[in-house]
Design a protein around this ligand. Sequence first.
Ligand code: NDP
Length: 274
Amino acid sequence: MDAIGEYYKLNNGVLIPRLGLGVYQSAEGQETETAVAYALEIGYRLIDTASVYGNEKDVGRAVKSSRIPREDLFVTTKVWNSDQGYDTTLAAFHTSLAKLAIDYIDLYLIHWPATETRLETWRALEELYRQGLCRSIGVSNFQVEHLEELLKNYEVVPAVNQVEFSPFLYQKRLLDYCSSKAIKLEAYSPLTQGKKLSNRVIIRLANKYGRTPAQILIRWALQHELVVIPKSVHRRRIKENFEVSDFEIAAGDMARLDKLDSGFRACWDPTGLP
Ligand code: NDP
């Protein structure tokens, strides 16, 4: 992809593509299957789904028909809140595996730090990891306090924490904490679900670099060494979002983007959750 490479190495040595396709709100059926198939055709190798998105089967179909060797693909899925707990997570994992029609998951995440059940859920993820059914395990929407609790009680350090992250929600404390524990941050809603694409600083920088606003946001996240998973169901945008390796945002402009932080969230807010 570019000088810093296409992959990051996770804390257990597994390689994760730096850029992937998200499929939240990609409709079940043809819409998801077509989007994933096209993404794989043009070079994406990471697909981010979740049981609650209702489209694991469609992701599985696109993966299968791509004929890309399984070891070259990176499939992420997540356990939903209603399945959290030890036995229920194990069962939910096998349901996801069957829907995706693959033998193992590359990254299995706790979707949300559910107060009562998250520790038992993590125990189940550790078991799945030990059994070799997931190449890596991680969490999503975890704040520093949730991570500290996990690290205190369990052996396996999450490989990834997937959280909302954009210049408008530059979570520096969380990023620094995760870096210090070798937990890779993965940016969801990196395009602010489209809500900030016409911000005037973003437009100015897009014009300066001859890029689109979406490309500026994706490149910003990559230069902060995050995994980034923009979602689109449109071919032109799926391609556009992948073409971010041949330019670099200068340090001064990165700082300008960092300053856009206003705590803006396009998605849900896990802060303050006990
Ligand atoms: P994104 O920030 O990726 O934005 C997606 C929206 O932007 C869609 O409306 C899409 O429309 C539009 N879009 C995509 N590309 C472009 C472009 N180049 N120009 C203009 N508009 C564009 O939002 P998501 O919330 O989907 O986040 C990405 C992924 O992160 C999700 O799909 C999911 O996999 C993951 N996620 C995880 C969460 C969690 O709790 N763990 C929560 C939320 C997301 P269109 O499709 O019509 O092109």
